[in-house]
Design a protein around this ligand. Structure first.
Ligand code: PAF
Length: 314
């Protein structure tokens, strides 16, 4: 199968021009937004895009707007050259990697500095205040952003939805792909696209796991070997919850307690364990219709999230 390196575009006007030229040829555009440090989970989204669209754009942009001052922006891993190599190895390849320098900088000099991951500097947007160069518009999905990760990360979804809106307006895709590991993010983007009438189809792709069950995440590299081993308590307890539900154990308090015990027993610090309805993300007490069991927990300094959908139930 032919493989080729993607074209790298750093300027948003050039990106929009490329997309419009492709669309004028009658082609559909698939889009995979990422923050880089790509793993098999991202590559599965790229493969999905290749199946459903004529051309594929991947964005690599570590978005400062979705990190609070106490979070891991400065240590977020990056490896642009490695990312390009991985994307080039996907059968059929990726057409464009959109790698902007700073999407909150409305001043002069939009052209990026090749190879660098400069997101700060004079034009950096603050996560909690209006941006230094005048960014003051935020897109919020007010109900869905409140629970789950939104409780402990109050500016996170505001930042995600705003940057995804900006990326959609620049890339102008027909279809965009999000991993279901970030379940709340996927549902929020779906709702935003519906509510604001973006003509973009949002596809949620299944979680990709390591052989031992750990959900793939760019943050996994920051786990020590011991923490990584202990973190398996998350996927193990989620699988157990699903098996228990299939056997008729539908009391959510008991299922959540079981998960909490497993994680705490492995020295994890639980942020939340919730069982919620799949679209509204409203907590349920008893499993009677399709739900998703969502977990966020810390192992060492690394916060991991994972979930499992339960759709067939007793
Ligand atoms: O899921 C991610 O990697 C990010 O939240 C996203 C969607 C690329 C926005 O920065």
């Amino acid at each position: 199968m032919e493989t080729r390196g993607p074209e790298v575009i750093r300027d948003k006007e050039a990106m929009r021009k490329w997309s419009r030229s492709v669309r004028s040829q009658g082609k559909t555009i698939g889009f995979v937004p990422t923050m880089g440090y790509l793993h098999e989970g991202h590559l599965s989204l790229v493969r999905e895009s290749r199946k459903l669209a004529d051309v594929t754009v991947v964005s690599i942009y570590v978005n400062p707007g979705q990190f609070s001052p106490t979070e891991d922006l400065s240590t977020y891993p990056s490896d642009f050259a490695g990312d390009l190599a991985k994307l080039s190895a996907v059968p059929g390849g990726v057409d464009v990697v959109f790698h902007p320098k700073n999407l909150y900088d409305y001043g002069v000099g939009e052209e990026g500095v090749t190879g660098s991951r400069r997101i700060g500097g004079g034009g950096a947007v603050s996560c909690v205040e209006n941006g230094g160069l005048g960014h003051e518009t935020w897109v919020r999905v007010e109900g869905l952003e409140k629970g789950l990760c939104g409780k402990s990360r109050p500016v996170f979804f505001r930042g995600v939805v705003t940057i995804v809106t900006k990326l959609f307006n620049i890339v102008e895709p027909d279809v965009a792909f999000f991993g279901k590991k970030d379940y709340q993010q996927w549902r929020i983007i779906q709702r935003m696209v519906r509510d604001l009438d973006f003509g973009i189809k949002i596809v949620g792709s299944e979680i990709v796991r390591e052989q031992d069950g750990l959900a793939m995440s760019s943050r996994n590299v920051r786990l020590s070997a011991e923490e990584r081993e202990k973190a398996l308590s998350i996927s193990r307890s989620l699988a157990k919850a699903k098996a228990f539900a299939a056997e008729g154990q539908t009391n959510c308090t008991e299922l959540k307690d079981m998960i909490i015990q497993e994680i705490v027993g492995a020295s994890g610090r639980v942020d939340y364990v919730e069982i919620v309805e799949q679209e509204s993300l409203e907590p349920v007490e008893k499993i009677k219709s399709p739900v998703v069991v969502c977990v966020a927990a810390w192992f060492g300094t690394v916060r991991l999230i994972d979930n499992i959908e339960i759709s067939g139930f007793a």
